[in-house]
Design a protein around this ligand. Structure first.
Ligand SMILES: [Zn+2]
Ligand SMILES: [Zn+2]
Length: 120
């Protein structure tokens, strides 16, 4: 039973994994011409050098393949549900930067002495 379930998850992983960077899709972006999905940054970078889909090799657009890209919000939500750590880590980085900034501002504005300085 457990084996079967594991197999299912691995199968599904194929649909939420980017074949360019082999990681989970970050801002999943679908090529509307063939419906293959990649990370936004991966596919945008790929299309700077080529106008063929990296997955199936069809010519996506003669001149500007970027026109054929569409952000897949639904898939993004699914991935965040399946891989909760993904959204968590993104949010954490943002939050941490904000907090560090606020922390610095707080100390700067209030000019509170640290315990080390107040030793005299
Ligand atoms: Zn990627
Ligand atoms: Zn394709």
């Amino acid at each position: 039973m457990a084996m079967h379930r594991k197999h299912m998850v691995r199968d599904f992983n194929r649909y939420i994994t980017c074949s360019i960077c082999c990681g989970y899709l970050i801002k999943p972006t679908t090529v509307t011409e063939c419906l293959h999905t990649f990370c936004k940054s991966c596919i945008v970078q790929h299309f700077e050098e080529s106008n063929e889909c990296p997955e199936c090799g069809i010519q996506v657009h003669e001149t500007n393949p970027l026109e054929m890209l569409r952000l897949d919000k639904t898939l993004e939500e699914i991935i965040f549900k399946l891989v909760p750590g993904l959204r968590e880590s993104e949010r954490c980085i943002h939050k941490r930067t904000q907090e560090e900034h606020q922390e610095r501002e707080f100390w700067r504005k209030n000019k509170i002495k640290t315990s080390a300085e107040g030793n005299e």
